[in-house]
Design a protein around this ligand. Structure first.
Ligand code: COA
Length: 148
């Protein structure tokens, strides 16, 4: 298993990026300025994108594992790699997600705790309703990991 930083042609990972964020023009808002990582175990398993949001604050904007490889620990390994890479340059790592039982328990299992919510984020910013597990996403739920 190895993780590499992707600096060129990030859009070649669009299929994975769209798994986590299904509207391409929303991805375009952070992809160029984001640090992108790809996890390979043999072939490609997962990608993640991290942005700088403030002096001591970074945010995971996108993380996805190919469906057939989900639940095998790849997402958590990528998050741990990101924590290790950023713990000395920030105090807080944020991640925003829909209010969904498919993602919040994943982030909690990786050490994030629920922080705050942005009301109506999905209904205000996406051009179509976003559903996850049959439920429409409305608010963005932010979780955070604090480094001491
Ligand atoms: C969310 C996602 C990135 C998780 O990646 P993954 O490689 O499947 O996660 P892992 O196998 O590393 O799981 C790590 C832990 O989270 C838990 N977990 C993962 N998905 C879960 C779920 N839906 N419900 C409960 N727990 C879950 C695992 O059980 C595991 O717990 P453990 O370490 O205590 O055993 C992956 O499911 C995915 O790509 N989903 C589609 C894209 C997406 O929604 N991205 C997030 C956008 S906010």
């Amino acid at each position: 298993m190895h993780i590499i930083k992707i600096t060129k042609d990030k859009k070649r990972f669009l299929d994975l990026l769209l798994l986590a964020d299904e509207q391409e023009d929303m991805i375009d808002k952070y992809l160029a300025r984001g640090d992108m990582y790809a996890l390979y175990d043999g072939d490609l398993k997962s990608i993640g994108v991290v942005t700088k949001e403030d002096e001591d604050v970074y945010e995971i904007k996108n993380i996805a594992t190919y469906e057939k490889y989900q639940g095998k620990g790849y997402g958590k390994q990528l998050i741990n790699y990101i924590f290790d890479s950023y713990k000395d340059k920030c105090k807080t790592m944020l991640v925003g997600t829909g209010d969904s039982p498919l993602t919040i328990p994943f982030y909690e299992s990786c050490g994030f705790v629920v922080s705050h919510r942005v009301k109506n984020f999905f209904t205000d910013n996406y051009d179509h309703p976003i559903y996850e597990g049959g439920v429409q996403l409305v608010d963005m739920v932010y979780l955070k990991k604090t480094f001491t």
